[in-house]
Design a protein around this ligand. Sequence first.
Ligand code: BES
Ligand code: MN
Ligand code: ZN
Length: 502
Amino acid sequence: MKLANVTWLQDVKVQAQALASNQVEADAVIVIGTKAEFELASGFPGAEACAEAVRRGLFEAGCCKTYVVPTGQEQAPVLIAIGRKEEALTVKQVRLMLAEAAREAVKLRLGRISVIVPQELVQAAGEDAKAMAHAMVEGFMLGAYQRVTYKKDAKPAHEFASFTLCAEGLAEAAWTEGAERGTAYAYGTTFARDLTNLPGNVLYPSTLAEAALELAKEHGFEAHVLDEKQIEEKGMGGLLGVGKGSVNPPRMIVLKYQGKDEWTDVYGLVGKGITFDTGGISLKRAGNMDEMICDMGGAAAVLGAMAAIGRIRPQANVLCVVASAENMPAGNALKPGDVLTSYSGRTIEVLNTDAEGRLVLADGMTYAKELGASKLIDVATLTGAVGVALGSITTGVVTNNDEFFGQFKAAAARTNELVWELPSNQEYWDMLKSDVADVRNAIPGGAGTITAGLFVGTFADDLPWVHLDIAGTAFLGSGRGVDPKGATGVMVRTITETVLAK
Ligand code: BES
Ligand code: MN
Ligand code: ZN
């Protein structure tokens, strides 16, 4: 399966160079400055034209705003100037600035890009320098994302040839290391975006499995896929039940990255891989149902994190489990009132076939435990309710372990992906109780995101567990910040950061 943005991103030459700003050679040079700085600018290609634009009021240099000018110089024909505030630059600002610059570079189809790193950042040492380099590359690559279209005369995606961070006195080693990290994070996120944006007639459980196996091959991960027969033989009743109404049978997909000598202390990443969610017999309304191509966004997030991890190769163990099915209504489909036996042996009363994500995740969680996971993160476009509570801004969290979520939250603070923990008191756990089975899959009485999360958490048993409900954040109606319209690849960066931190 060809993932268009991943392809070009893997080939870009990313580097850091100690170089005077008037020596830059590129198709476009990117400079960051305040209005006052630009007004007096000199010493880089296009400085005079930029100063003139500021004096004439054509460029206010507001924070993260871009201005594109032809320089008239062959060594760097285009200048992309970005405004900033007087205050010290933050990682968050820098990431966004470079995303904005990338959008301009894509429009003009400029291939070789150089950023002149502000001297104030060149002074930064060690980890701070790495974080800035990381944010610059990550921001640019995320902003450069181009959604694939299927138009007859569509232009191929614009491909970048090189991306260089440069400045006089730049510490090349630290900046190169940070740049490589940033590339890896963007690559993982882009993998998730490309996969999620695929139409449902292209991406279904068996083709999702193929994409995962291809990723495994690329990075040398151990991998295996269970087909519908093996899923049935093993007794994975949740996944089987959801998948049985579709002509595209379900798959359980497993990838393993072993970065330590022993297979202990294993992160288990479990993703919801519903390649299309019609609701099943509890059919959804027609309006916006097309957006349900994003219902494998959790699977994409965990696979994207594996992609980043495969590139970085940290000393950590990571297991990735994707439970994938297509949720369809049919004569042989799952029905409300059915009782399923999950892989854990727990029985589930199905009250609503549209609450299918938790049914497949139940088996994914149990399988991850069986394969050695010692702490679990599950990611899922699980409930519309999370969008009501948090909009498309923040990912909803449910957890059974404050320490584990504390680590995750610290990672999220560094990646600037927003997360918010919801309460999970005993009273909410009690809502899962069923009259006829161990648990029920749909629960009246509100708190839909919490109860859905706790349903999944039931299958974590006593392992530390963090649940990420990305139904609001995985797929946007319009672009915002570093994210485009459509798939965002949300949580790839924070999961990767969590795995790397320890
Ligand atoms: N895939 C949906 C949740 C969703 C909603 C994802 C909006 C992305 C955007 C999920 O399977 C679902 O249908 N959830 C139901 C649960 C209910 C039936 C208990 C919901 O949220 O309405
Ligand atoms: Mn559903
Ligand atoms: Zn769903």
